[in-house]
Design a binder for this molecule. Structure first.
Ligand SMILES: Cc1ncc(COP(=O)(O)O)c(C=O)c1O
Length: 393
């Protein structure tokens, strides 16, 4: 038998997969001094003290075991109460809530639980970098639904309807969005829901930034009339509670779908870390005071950055949530990779090239404002210098 090269051990699907555009860019940043990073999608706050203290105390008490595959019952009960009080969403803690290792795992489980080989999942773009590859790993086919700056990067229901066929299994929604920060009104969501109902689509809705909403009220997709039975709702603790490193998320949905996801979860992850689950109980029990103060600070930064970038000619659609701005570089002749590379080398400001979020977004950059206010001020000054230089050249 012919000897395999090491590369042949890697599956075809993984071999042809491009590495994450965000990670690739950040390899460049590592090791550079004095860089202001507006790249990572991670809160600059540390987890509130009461949550950390609970975790420390849990360890002292010897909580070091596995939990039930579904997650601690206490945490599922707290989530049931949180979802009911905050959004009037009713999920049964016994069989409609699954605790996962971040929204990332919940997303992977949801896609793997529903996709048969060759089935299509619609991914509105620009999109969070994981959606396409996760669908491909499940042997599904991601179908891009581009949104434009003119549409405020919102899904156009007519365009959505045109993409639906017998092969379409579902759609992945994400609002407030990474990378644009846009969100939807009830009316806009209802129009999307109508198409999903007409074409019998399953909706996976990633609402990890729901608590970081600045304009209006966040409306979870399953709260819409008739949507709950066809929706897997994903949320987690990473962003709202500044708990990215704790790796904790959850999925809620119809019991048959949660049971299917739990099957995969019990053979792969077993359960989420017990310390993180106990810490999350404290996060939910303590209420929203810390979440609210972080949200207010992000809003202040959003307003500052929006004004600053627009004044530099880097026009942005006003984000309604999350902590990103998707700025147009259409006034300059560089593509997004050239722009980001030169900005990094010449002014030491790191942003993410728009192409990382979809092919059609090479005239945009993503800027995260999850950095302290002084750094954001300095970043705007440096970007101003850079833009003036580009205009003169
Ligand atoms: C839209 C979106 N979904 C999911 C995640 C990952 O969340 P988690 O840390 O809960 O896995 C991120 C992280 O940046 C994100 O932006």
């Amino acid at each position: 038998m012919k000897k395999r090269k090491n590369i042949d051990f890697v599956s075809k699907c993984v071999e042809k997969m491009a590495p994450s555009g965000i990670r690739a860019f950040f390899d460049l940043v590592l090791g550079m001094k004095d860089v202001i990073s507006l790249g990572v999608g991670e809160p600059d706050f540390v987890t509130p003290w009461n949550i950390r203290e609970t975790a420390i105390f849990s360890l002292e008490q010897g909580y070091t075991s596995y939990t039930s595959n579904k997650g601690l019952y206490k945490l599922r009960l707290y989530l049931e109460r949180f979802l009911k009080e905050r959004f009037e969403l009713v999920y049964c803690p016994e069989n409609e809530i699954l605790i996962t290792v971040g929204v990332s795992e919940a997303l992977d489980l949801a896609v793997r639980a529903i996709v048969n080989p060759g089935e299509e999942i619609i991914v509105p773009q620009p999109s969070y970098v994981s959606y396409g590859p996760i669908v491909e790993l499940a042997q599904g086919k991601p179908i891009s639904l581009p949104t434009t700056e003119k549409e405020n990067f919102k899904i156009n229901p007519e365009k959505l309807a045109k993409l639906c066929s017998a092969k379409t299994k579902g759609i992945i929604l994400n609002y407030p969005s990474n990378p644009t920060g846009i969100s939807y009104t009830r009316k806009e969501l209802e129009a999307i829901n109508k198409v999903c109902q007409r074409y019998n689509l399953l909706v996976i809705t990633d609402e990890v930034y729901g608590e970081l909403t600045y304009e209006g009220r966040h409306i979870p997709f399953p709260a819409l009339a008739g949507a709950k039975e066809r929706t897997i709702y994903l949320n987690g603790f990473s962003k709202a509670y500044a708990m990215t490193g704790w790796r904790l998320g959850y999925a809620c949905g119809p019991k048959e779908l949660i049971a299917a996801m739990t099957k995969i979860h019990q053979y792969t992850m077993l359960c989420a870390p017990i310390i993180s689950q106990l810490a999350a109980c404290e996060a939910l029990q303590a209420g929203r005071r810390d979440v609210e103060s972080m949200r207010r600070e992000y809003k202040r930064r959003r307003d500052f950055m929006l004004d600053g970038l627009n004044a530099l000619g880097l026009a942005c659609v006003k984000p309604q949530g999350a902590f990103y701005l998707f700025a147009s570089i259409g006034k300059f002749s560089l593509n997004s990779l050239e722009f980001a590379n030169r900005l990094l080398k010449e002014e030491k400001v790191a942003v993410i090239p728009g192409v990382a979020f979809g092919k059609g977004y090479d005239k945009f950059i993503r800027i995260s404002y999850a950095s302290n206010y002084m750094q954001l001020k300095e970043a705007i000054e440096r970007m101003g210098r850079f833009c003036r230089k580009l205009k003169l050249s």
